[in-house]
Design a protein around this ligand. Structure first.
Ligand SMILES: Cc1cc2nc3c(=O)[nH]c(=O)nc-3n(C[C@H](O)[C@H](O)[C@H](O)COP(=O)(O)OP(=O)(O)OC[C@H]3O[C@@H](n4cnc5c(N)ncnc54)[C@H](O)[C@@H]3O)c2cc1C
Length: 194
């Protein structure tokens, strides 16, 4: 994303160094294919955490993308921003420019949201954000959450993360909308070294 933004003026040529290879595997682009990449050393660093004494010394598996687009080429595609109060906390700690109000314009600028633009979302940007299909079981799960006393929501990326609703995803026309596909591919002056 940063490499693509740096090339936007057309004045600069940007070299992007990527340790992995091309995002040319069919399962990267088929949304439910990420299960097929979960243990594939060609596209995944296959990290493990340190042994955890509280977990009977178990080491937890930490997959990370080793491919153009990084972990965004093998992840679950859920479009989920950080919590507004976390950004505001960073600002309160002295990080000028990192309050939620400061970063929100950039979230909106990046977005091509199926629901269109509003105070929290953008349309016409590079990164597709689309609705997930409804399903009776998901409807029942959301209803159960609300019946149990949790708030209903219509947007996890609105004023608060809390609540029960459907998430949105980075999928365009049935294919994974990774940063490599959405930001990098359209840039002629970004050269990629692998
Ligand atoms: C299984 C899984 C599911 C996830 N699901 C979601 C989700 O649904 N929604 C969500 O928002 N987040 C999800 N995440 C988290 C999200 O994908 C990551 O937080 C995000 O991709 C991290 O971005 P990054 O740019 O920091 O690093 P990465 O995307 O990991 O990119 C790092 C890149 O640097 C490359 N690299 C590493 N070392 C070198 C080197 N020495 N030289 C050159 N290149 C190098 C790597 O190969 C990689 O391409 C998920 C993560 C995992 C593992």
């Amino acid at each position: 994303m940063l490499a693509a933004r740096l090339t936007e003026s057309g004045k600069y040529r940007v070299a992007l160094l990527e340790a992995g290879g091309e995002d040319d595997n069919f399962w990267i682009h088929a949304p439910l294919g990420y299960g097929k990449l979960y243990d594939n050393p060609k596209y995944n660093w296959l990290y493990n955490g340190e042994s955890e004494p509280q977990l009977t010394s178990h080491k937890s598996y930490q997959p990370r993308g080793k491919v153009l687009g990084g972990t965004g080429s093998i992840n679950g595609m859920i479009y989920m921003r950080g919590a507004p109060e976390d950004f505001d906390h960073w600002r309160q700690l002295g990080n000028t420019g990192w309050s939620y109000d400061d970063v929100l314009p950039y979230f909106r600028k990046g977005e091509d949201n199926e629901r269109g633009a509003n105070e929290y979302h953008g349309a016409g940007g590079p990164l597709r954000v689309s609705n997930t299909p409804k399903h009776p079981l998901s409807d029942a799960f959301i209803k159960a959450g609300v019946e149990a006393g949790y708030p209903a929501s219509d947007d996890f990326n609105g004023p608060t993360l809390d609540g029960f609703t459907y998430n949105q995803v980075n999928i365009r026309n049935g294919r994974r909308a990774s940063t490599a596909v959405e930001y990098l591919r359209p840039r002629a002056n970004a050269r990629i070294w692998r």
